[in-house]
Design a protein around this ligand. Structure first.
Ligand SMILES: *[C@@H]1O[C@H](CO)[C@@H](O)[C@H](O)[C@H]1NC(C)=O
Ligand SMILES: *[C@@H]1O[C@H](CO)[C@@H](O)[C@H](O)[C@H]1NC(C)=O
Ligand SMILES: *[C@@H]1O[C@H](CO)[C@@H](O)[C@H](O)[C@H]1NC(C)=O
Ligand SMILES: *[C@@H]1O[C@H](CO)[C@@H](O)[C@H](O)[C@H]1NC(C)=O
Ligand SMILES: *[C@@H]1O[C@H](CO)[C@@H](O)[C@H](O)[C@H]1NC(C)=O
Length: 248
């Protein structure tokens, strides 16, 4: 029923603005605006990827694209635990440009709903924001699950954080490491465990890793719960805007 009100009000708003010089000059706010920084800071935890996007200013590039409602944007965000599972040198040795490319590699300059990935797998490889053939991703769609390959890392979309045009944000299980950067430099086998000076019950990285690895269910539950909250907020917002427009 809310939908009817919203649709009718939006149609009314549309027709009056098309026909009318008589309406109030106040511009109708674009309901699609999504603040990526805010979205990533409440979902997740995606603090690591958000920090990286902010420190490289790539977040501005992404937000600009998100504001560009013609194409929209699709982001793949690894959780904090995905970064802590990486061997330290793999990111700390990167040059500034490589690090920026790594960040840009985690987004596509177009909005794709989950259903679109079936189609996308047929036109893989797909260029990312980092540009060119060197920084492309291959998608495969197997019985409802989207798998991604960066050449160096294979992973899958584990949940949809936000998927409302023009912004799609999907959680992925691993950091996407582009072949163009990591190609032959880093062997795919883990390095020997570092010597730890602290006692065994301190917060060692391994301890954190086990906790993160053993509770994938709870994290995906909380993601979808948050997604639902976002959806409800959107509906509420639209309903309020719709109701407001009825009185104009
Ligand atoms: C986006 O959200 C962040 C964090 O909540 C806030 O600091 C920033 O001012 C917001 N940007 C805009 C343009 O609203
Ligand atoms: C995106 O749009 C919002 C709202 O119109 C604006 O505040 C923000 O500055 C824009 N950000 C960029 C990077 O274009
Ligand atoms: C990474 O940096 C460490 C020291 O900071 C150095 O020993 C190592 O060789 C570097 N690895 C690569 C692949 O550049
Ligand atoms: C994929 O999408 C394009 C345009 O969005 C469409 O023209 C094409 O038919 C689709 N292909 C399949 C196999 O659905
Ligand atoms: C994508 O698939 C093509 C064809 O199978 C392959 O040549 C290419 O190396 C793959 N690229 C990535 C990034 O996995």
């Amino acid at each position: 029923m809310n939908y009817c009100i919203v649709v009718i009000s939006l149609l009314l708003a549309l027709s009056t603005s098309v026909n009318g010089q008589s309406t109030a000059p106040a511009p109708v706010p674009a309901p699609e605006y999504t603040n990526l920084t805010e979205l990533l800071s409440v979902a997740g935890p995606f603090h690591t990827v958000l920090d990286y996007l902010v420190s490289t200013k790539v977040i501005d590039t992404f937000q600009e694209q998100a504001n560009n409602t013609e194409e929209g944007i699709t982001l793949f965000v690894p959780k904090d635990s995905a970064f802590s599972k990486l061997k330290k040198p793999s990111l700390s040795n990167l040059t500034g440009d490589q690090f920026k490319s790594l960040c840009l590699f985690h987004a596509l300059p177009h909005y794709y709903s989950l259903a679109d990935f079936k189609n996308l797998s047929e036109i893989s490889p797909v260029s990312t924001f980092a540009g060119g053939e060197l920084y492309s991703l291959n998608f495969t769609y197997v019985s409802g699950t989207v798998h991604l390959s960066s050449g160096w890392a294979n992973t899958k979309v584990s949940s949809a954080v936000h998927a409302t045009y023009p912004v799609a944000v999907y959680q992925v299980d691993k950091v996407l490491l582009p072949e163009a950067i990591f190609g032959t430099n880093i062997p795919p086998t883990p390095a020997p465990a570092p010597v730890v000076d602290i006692g065994p019950d301190a917060d060692s990285p391994d301890h954190g890793k086990n906790v993160a690895a053993s509770s994938p269910d709870s994290s995906s539950r909380s993601s979808s719960y948050r997604m639902m909250n976002w959806g409800m907020l959107n509906h509420l917002f639209l309903a309020i805007v719709g109701g407001f427009l009825m009185f104009l």
